[in-house]
Design a protein. Sequence first.
Lengths: 549, 135
Amino acid sequence: MSERERWRRETYGPFTRGAPERPVRFESLSGLPVQPLYTPEDLRGWTYDEKLGYPGEYPFTRGVYPTMYRGRLWTMRMFAGFGRPEDTNARFKYLLAQGQTGLSTAFDMPALMGYDADHPRARGEVGREGVSISTLDDFERLFDGIPLGDVTTSMTINCTASIALAMYLAVAEKQGVAWSRVGGTMQNDMLKEFIAQKEWICPPAPAVRIVTDMIEFTSTHVPRFNPVSISGYHIREAGSTAVQELAFTLADGLAYVEAALARGLDIDSFAPRLSFFFDIHNDFFEEIAKLRAARRIWARFMKERYGAKKPESLRLRTHTQTAGVSATAQQPLNNVARVALQALAAVLGGAQSLHTNSYDETWALPTEEAVTVALRTQQILAEETGVALTIDPLGGSYFLETLTDAMEAAALEYIRTIDAMGGMIRAIDTGYPQKEIADAAYRYQLMDDRGEKVVVGVNRYVMAETRAIAYLKIDDAVELEQIERVRRFKASRDMAKVEKRLGQLADACREGRNVMPVLLEAVKDYASLGEISDVYRQVFGLYREPIIF
Amino acid sequence: MTADRTVRVVVAKPGLDGHDRGAKIVARSLRDAGFEVIYTGLHQTPEQIVATAIQEDADAIGLSVLSGAHNYLFKRVLELLREKGAEDIVVFGGGIIPPEDIAALKTMGVREIFTPGASTQEIVRFVREHIRAAV
């Protein structure tokens, strides 16, 4: 009998006869069982060097950089965007003045779906949940007075990411900043769009081809830029478990690697610039374990399956964001506490960058006051709590290491299933990840409705809501003004030039040439986001999703 | 058509918003509760939604909008229903919708709005109590 068994029988068991365990399910948010106690027995056969190693060294479980937060704190990057470009530009400048260290751009739905502000399908949506962008004129106003050689910018944009990258590089050129100095990240993860976020133009194969064009282009011309941010965030927000988030995200990453290798690129020429983005939900230890497992799995695949040689190719660098779905409309100030705890998990998990949600986001886009509290939460963590003083402070915890191993094993099981289907693109065609997520979301909702999963302020500790919160209102006039400006601007262009560029783009799309060089010329001649998207629509056709619910 | 036929609900995602977690959960809950559910899929125009509802002889339309475009999209659906003489189809919805907008939408004719934290039981109860199959 092991010592722990003895303890369970002689001490724990008899004790629970008088004072039983609480009548709850002892399992993680993903449904992994959680034991009353973890001891060295759980790590039998486990060796430090194989499982953990040292920060900045293979398999990077403890962190991707040798110094981690002793060298540089994580990047505090608050996602922002609304209204006209000048409205978002003002918010950017405010956030930088408050000590934020990187920018993160939210675009409105028309920009994310490839429509200009003046398109009939854009009506009602212009500038509503992100900034409105139609032409380079808008991009110039968005980044006016922001030095693109010094500030890195992350852009949450996918099927139109190639256009945003071209516009960003064109603005850098106009500022006189060499592309070699431009740093930032395009989300540009189309696979998770088909799986979870659902903003698309064309089907998966051509969509991944454009992603690959961007990977190829930036690896030679914009070496500090991350051309893709392989995202679990939206997968999780769509209702997946932490294990599914981990597995599907890494499987998406493997699909991009395969596509770039098929293009003839060398693994070490692009793998160092692949970046990731994970959700940080309520289950504290599970989220920390998820980030640690992600680093280890990725490093092993890069080294063992793809033979990457550069250490940078093995590093899973990740942005993180607190879980939007965990926020409640009821008792909204409780969200401040949730966000703080999730942010702590992100930091203990070794994230490179973090966005903290604002407490009012179940009502509307955040007010300046709410954003400030969210940013201050990160600053308190960084400067007051001491958690950034040492690297991977929870490493070696019997529980955390057991959980990290369990999540790794469960994710590898999913990845094997997807490999057996022929990879993620094929899996998406069959609706496999979509169905897995829809089922998990439904299960989660039922647990919530039955009160099996406590949500404070919603199904437990409910109060009558007395105080209305202030929230950000976007005036209808903003939309009309932006539409009018775009209309006037588009009418002032040299249309012969625009048409010529769009024709060249269509040729590049058809002939399989990299679209980036011609896109750059097209945006500089003020071809619009909607016009360029129309070329994609005509050449590649529209995606229709399988309806699964 | 008989008076006791099953209530038929079109669950729709209007506009460009891709957030379909809520719409799918609502569609599935209503189906599991015994209603007939037609889920339109994503990125529907108000015209498409109203055409589907009329064609499917729906008793209600449930709209899910998380993009902030609710004021325009809900209004447009109500207008089109009136234009087509189909204002007997009950419109309800949900999403990230601030309190003031909820009041305005209800005045405009939207029967109910559910916000984050609403349970599927509440939504099922609403459909059961407020929506009758057309005869």
